[in-house]
Write a protein that binds this ligand. Structure first.
Ligand SMILES: *Cc1c(COP(=O)(O)O)cnc(C)c1O
Length: 421
């Protein structure tokens, strides 16, 4: 992608030629006080609401009103197997087999549940590898798992750091650390895309190296699911977790997802925290005392389906299925490159992009570091109708999302940013 034209007319031309442009109309775009569409670049934090959500929610409210408990069987989408309505489409989004994915709980809860099963430290092999500057919840989760098993995080946690003077991690350095501590690493658990820098990790390679030294490898895909076409099954990843409220547009705090590789399904020697919804569904309601696990990733479910938290995801996955992850990635590469190009035209030394330059090493997000930052630049652009994300100490994160952001959005955003630089 080599852009040279900085005019607004060119942005409009790119929009006209965008085969996915109609998807924007499937979303509610918040309005600025002057009546124009907000320039929304926060899909990495909370995705916008698909227009189809309202009817799906009302359907469930209505079915509850009409059927009471019988809605478990007689609702338009029966609540009993409600979680099953997601498997096929979600599997395509994360590159999994349908039996390898399940929607349940929230992200951090799922991370803990996965670690109960897949972080099995021994006296010798107990360390956990994460990226330095991981999302705080992930850091708390792994620290507390280490302590829970009697280890001191100060000693048991390996945090990967960029080289001096660099912003992001090199795969060769990640590999070197893994090999250095080969015999003592039990678990490698990285974000698929780092939330702060926007760096996309080479999950395939990291999984290979991790397995080579005898560790388990899992990923937190909060910033990767729906952003990059991950291939969890083919890459042989052991487990993954993610939320659906970021790139997957299913509403604040909505139901999360988990992946367990087929090779771990149906095994009886994996410890697990269990609940009735993980029980084999054919005999679940016999209510006998003995747990018989489902032969799918559903074995990790604890509770019956929180339907109101799940309904919006149906709308979103419908759109992902129609658009296709590969097509979305294709547009995403162009849209982000276009933003990068326009940002590069701003004559200032105040801003600098810390996200990797190589498109293969990032998703849609660009993280813009503001020199001598306080929050005033961010506040100024917010007032002009931009919704982006400020992260202390000095980074503005912007996510041009291929499903609903346009090239014109990007152009207008950069014009506004430029006027304050
Ligand atoms: C958004 C995000 C979370 C949030 O966790 P919840 O349990 O959904 O509140 C955790 N980890 C990462 C990496 C995230 O990006």
């Amino acid at each position: 992608m080599n852009y040279t034209d900085t005019t607004e007319a060119f942005a409009q031309l790119l929009d006209q030629n965008d085969p996915l442009r109609s998807y924007r109309e499937q979303f509610h775009i918040p309005k600025h006080s002057d009546g124009s569409d907000i320039l929304y670049f926060c899909g990495n934090s909370l995705g916008l609401q698909p227009k189809a959500v309202e009817a799906l929610m009302l359907q469930e409210l209505n079915d509850w009103k009409e059927f009471g408990v019988e809605g478990h069987f007689h609702a338009k989408r029966p609540w009993m197997p409600y979680h099953e309505f997601f498997s096929e489409k979600l599997a395509k989004v994360v590159g999994a087999l349908p039996e390898e994915v399940v929607v349940m709980n929230t992200l951090t809860t799922n991370l803990h549940l996965m670690m109960v099963s897949f972080y099995r430290p021994s006296e010798k092999r107990y360390k956990i590898v994460i990226e330095g500057g991981a999302f705080p919840s992930d850091k708390y989760a792994v620290d507390s798992q280490l302590r829970y098993h009697g280890f001191d995080p100060a000693e048991g946690l390996i945090q990967l750091r960029p080289r001096m003077g660099e912003d992001t991690l090199r795969t060769e350095d990640i590999e070197a650390v893994i090999r250095k501590y080969a015999d003592s690493i039990a678990l490698i658990m990285l974000g698929g895309v780092n939330y702060y820098t926007g760096q996309l990790f080479d999950m395939k390679r990291i999984t290979e190296v991790g397995h080579d030294i005898g560790a388990v490898v899992g990923f937190d895909l909060a910033h990767a699911a729906g952003n990059y076409p991950v291939k969890l099954h083919d890459w042989n990843v052991d487990f993954a977790v993610w939320c659906h409220y970021k790139y997957l547009n299913s509403g604040p705090g909505s139901i999360a997802g988990a992946f367990v590789h087929k090779k771990h399904l149906g095994k009886t020697n994996i410890p697990r925290f269990e609940g009735w919804w993980g029980h084999d569904k054919n005999t679940r309601f016999k209510m006998q005392g003995q747990f018989v696990p489902s032969s799918t990733a559903e074995a990790w479910q604890l509770s019956n389906a929180p339907v109101f938290s799940m309904a919006p995801l149906l709308a979103s996955l419908e759109l992902f299925d129609a658009a296709g992850m590969d097509n979305l990635r294709e547009k995403s590469l162009k849209l982000t490159a276009y933003m990068e190009f326009l940002l590069g035209q701003i004559k200032t030394d105040r801003i600098r992009i810390i996200t990797p330059k190589n498109p293969n090493d990032r998703g849609c997000q660009l993280s813009i570091q503001v020199r001598n930052a306080d929050k005033t630049l961010f506040n100024a652009i917010t007032e002009k109708g931009v919704i982006a994300d400020w992260r202390e100490p000095d980074v503005i994160r912007v996510a041009p999302v291929p499903l609903y952001n346009s090239y014109s959005d990007v152009w207008k955003f950069v014009e506004i940013l430029k006027s304050f630089c």
